[in-house]
Design a protein around this ligand. Structure first.
Ligand code: NI
Length: 177
Protein backbone atom coordinates (compact mmCIF):
# COMPACT_ATOMS: atom_id res chain seq x y z
CA UNK A 1 0.00 0.00 0.00
CA UNK A 2 1.24 3.46 -0.90
CA UNK A 3 1.69 5.45 2.31
CA UNK A 4 1.99 9.22 2.73
CA UNK A 5 5.56 10.47 3.14
CA UNK A 6 6.53 12.23 6.37
CA UNK A 7 8.32 15.46 5.54
CA UNK A 8 10.99 17.47 7.30
CA UNK A 9 9.49 18.88 10.48
CA UNK A 10 7.74 15.62 11.37
CA UNK A 11 9.36 14.42 14.62
CA UNK A 12 9.40 10.78 13.48
CA UNK A 13 12.24 11.72 11.10
CA UNK A 14 14.33 12.86 14.08
CA UNK A 15 13.97 9.76 16.22
CA UNK A 16 16.51 6.99 16.43
CA UNK A 17 14.52 4.11 15.02
CA UNK A 18 14.05 0.93 17.03
CA UNK A 19 15.98 -2.26 16.25
CA UNK A 20 13.90 -5.10 14.84
CA UNK A 21 13.91 -8.45 16.66
CA UNK A 22 14.08 -11.84 14.91
CA UNK A 23 10.51 -12.39 16.08
CA UNK A 24 9.30 -9.14 14.52
CA UNK A 25 11.11 -10.08 11.30
CA UNK A 26 8.84 -13.11 10.97
CA UNK A 27 5.64 -11.19 11.65
CA UNK A 28 2.89 -10.40 9.18
CA UNK A 29 3.12 -6.69 10.04
CA UNK A 30 6.81 -6.65 9.05
CA UNK A 31 6.02 -8.37 5.75
CA UNK A 32 3.35 -5.74 5.11
CA UNK A 33 5.78 -2.95 6.05
CA UNK A 34 8.20 -4.14 3.35
CA UNK A 35 5.41 -4.15 0.78
CA UNK A 36 4.38 -0.63 1.81
CA UNK A 37 7.99 0.60 1.58
CA UNK A 38 8.38 -0.82 -1.92
CA UNK A 39 4.98 0.46 -3.11
CA UNK A 40 5.71 3.93 -1.70
CA UNK A 41 9.25 4.07 -3.09
CA UNK A 42 8.02 3.13 -6.56
CA UNK A 43 5.04 5.48 -6.44
CA UNK A 44 7.02 8.56 -5.38
CA UNK A 45 9.98 7.69 -7.59
CA UNK A 46 12.71 7.17 -5.00
CA UNK A 47 15.79 4.98 -5.26
CA UNK A 48 15.55 4.24 -1.56
CA UNK A 49 13.20 4.73 1.35
CA UNK A 50 13.42 4.21 5.10
CA UNK A 51 10.61 3.17 7.44
CA UNK A 52 10.57 6.48 9.38
CA UNK A 53 9.69 8.22 6.11
CA UNK A 54 6.34 6.44 6.18
CA UNK A 55 5.93 7.07 9.89
CA UNK A 56 7.31 3.78 11.23
CA UNK A 57 10.21 4.19 13.65
CA UNK A 58 11.91 0.85 12.95
CA UNK A 59 15.42 0.18 11.66
CA UNK A 60 14.63 -0.91 8.12
CA UNK A 61 15.30 0.72 4.76
CA UNK A 62 15.20 -0.50 1.19
CA UNK A 63 17.30 0.56 -1.79
CA UNK A 64 16.97 -0.32 -5.46
CA UNK A 65 19.50 1.29 -7.75
CA UNK A 66 19.73 0.55 -11.43
CA UNK A 67 22.91 1.60 -13.15
CA UNK A 68 24.29 3.53 -14.89
CA UNK A 69 22.88 6.51 -13.02
CA UNK A 70 22.64 10.20 -13.85
CA UNK A 71 26.28 10.65 -12.85
CA UNK A 72 27.32 8.14 -15.49
CA UNK A 73 28.56 5.79 -12.82
CA UNK A 74 27.73 2.15 -12.96
CA UNK A 75 26.74 1.46 -9.39
CA UNK A 76 23.88 -1.00 -9.25
CA UNK A 77 22.10 -2.60 -6.35
CA UNK A 78 19.16 -4.94 -6.84
CA UNK A 79 16.31 -4.41 -4.39
CA UNK A 80 17.94 -4.82 -0.98
CA UNK A 81 16.36 -4.75 2.48
CA UNK A 82 18.58 -3.36 5.23
CA UNK A 83 17.49 -4.38 8.72
CA UNK A 84 19.40 -3.11 11.80
CA UNK A 85 22.30 -1.87 9.62
CA UNK A 86 25.71 -0.71 10.81
CA UNK A 87 28.08 1.30 8.66
CA UNK A 88 31.85 1.11 8.80
CA UNK A 89 33.77 3.86 7.01
CA UNK A 90 36.68 2.48 5.00
CA UNK A 91 38.41 5.63 3.78
CA UNK A 92 39.32 9.18 4.75
CA UNK A 93 38.33 10.32 1.28
CA UNK A 94 35.09 12.16 0.81
CA UNK A 95 33.00 12.56 -2.30
CA UNK A 96 30.22 15.03 -2.99
CA UNK A 97 26.87 14.55 -4.72
CA UNK A 98 23.74 16.64 -5.07
CA UNK A 99 21.21 14.77 -2.95
CA UNK A 100 17.47 14.85 -2.82
CA UNK A 101 14.99 13.24 -0.46
CA UNK A 102 11.31 12.31 -0.59
CA UNK A 103 11.01 13.89 2.88
CA UNK A 104 12.48 17.18 1.65
CA UNK A 105 10.56 17.55 -1.62
CA UNK A 106 11.55 20.06 -4.28
CA UNK A 107 15.07 20.64 -3.00
CA UNK A 108 18.59 19.45 -3.70
CA UNK A 109 21.71 19.90 -1.65
CA UNK A 110 25.39 19.18 -2.11
CA UNK A 111 26.63 16.74 0.52
CA UNK A 112 30.09 15.27 1.08
CA UNK A 113 30.33 11.79 2.54
CA UNK A 114 32.95 9.04 2.82
CA UNK A 115 33.45 7.42 -0.58
CA UNK A 116 33.85 3.82 0.58
CA UNK A 117 31.91 1.95 3.25
CA UNK A 118 31.07 -1.52 4.51
CA UNK A 119 27.54 -2.23 5.73
CA UNK A 120 26.54 -5.11 7.96
CA UNK A 121 22.83 -5.79 8.23
CA UNK A 122 20.14 -8.44 8.22
CA UNK A 123 18.09 -9.16 5.12
CA UNK A 124 14.32 -9.66 5.13
CA UNK A 125 14.80 -13.29 6.22
CA UNK A 126 16.94 -12.28 9.18
CA UNK A 127 20.16 -13.55 7.57
CA UNK A 128 23.42 -11.69 8.18
CA UNK A 129 24.65 -9.76 5.15
CA UNK A 130 27.61 -7.58 4.33
CA UNK A 131 28.19 -5.31 1.35
CA UNK A 132 30.89 -2.93 0.23
CA UNK A 133 29.77 0.26 -1.47
CA UNK A 134 31.64 3.08 -3.14
CA UNK A 135 30.86 6.02 -5.38
CA UNK A 136 27.25 7.04 -5.79
CA UNK A 137 26.01 3.83 -4.18
CA UNK A 138 27.98 4.63 -1.00
CA UNK A 139 26.22 7.99 -0.84
CA UNK A 140 22.78 6.47 -1.42
CA UNK A 141 23.31 3.86 1.30
CA UNK A 142 24.56 6.44 3.81
CA UNK A 143 21.66 8.77 2.99
CA UNK A 144 19.05 6.05 3.54
CA UNK A 145 20.61 4.64 6.68
CA UNK A 146 20.93 8.15 8.15
CA UNK A 147 17.12 8.15 8.22
CA UNK A 148 17.25 5.35 10.81
CA UNK A 149 19.31 7.57 13.09
CA UNK A 150 17.26 10.77 12.89
CA UNK A 151 19.51 12.49 10.35
CA UNK A 152 18.51 14.20 7.10
CA UNK A 153 20.88 15.14 4.29
CA UNK A 154 20.28 18.83 4.95
CA UNK A 155 22.04 18.35 8.32
CA UNK A 156 25.19 17.35 6.42
CA UNK A 157 25.36 20.25 3.96
CA UNK A 158 28.58 22.08 4.83
CA UNK A 159 27.96 25.13 2.65
CA UNK A 160 24.35 26.30 3.04
CA UNK A 161 24.68 28.06 -0.31
CA UNK A 162 24.69 24.62 -1.87
CA UNK A 163 21.02 24.04 -1.08
CA UNK A 164 18.75 24.69 -4.04
CA UNK A 165 15.27 24.25 -5.38
CA UNK A 166 15.18 21.40 -7.87
CA UNK A 167 14.31 23.54 -10.91
CA UNK A 168 16.97 26.17 -10.13
CA UNK A 169 19.46 23.35 -9.60
CA UNK A 170 18.67 22.01 -13.06
CA UNK A 171 19.01 25.50 -14.57
CA UNK A 172 22.17 26.68 -12.88
CA UNK A 173 24.00 24.09 -10.86
CA UNK A 174 23.66 20.64 -12.36
CA UNK A 175 26.89 20.63 -14.40
CA UNK A 176 28.95 21.78 -11.43
CA UNK A 177 27.86 18.77 -9.37
NI1 NI B 1 15.92 10.61 2.20
Amino acid sequence: MIRPICRMGNPVLREIAKEISQEELKSESFRQLLIDLKDSMDHYGGIGIAAPQIGVSLKVAIIELEGPNRYGENSELPLTVFVNPEIEILTDENQGFWEGCLSVPGLRGFVERPSKIRVRFLNEKGEKQEILAQGFLATVVQHELDHLFGTLYVDRIKDPKLLSFQDEYEKFLQEKG
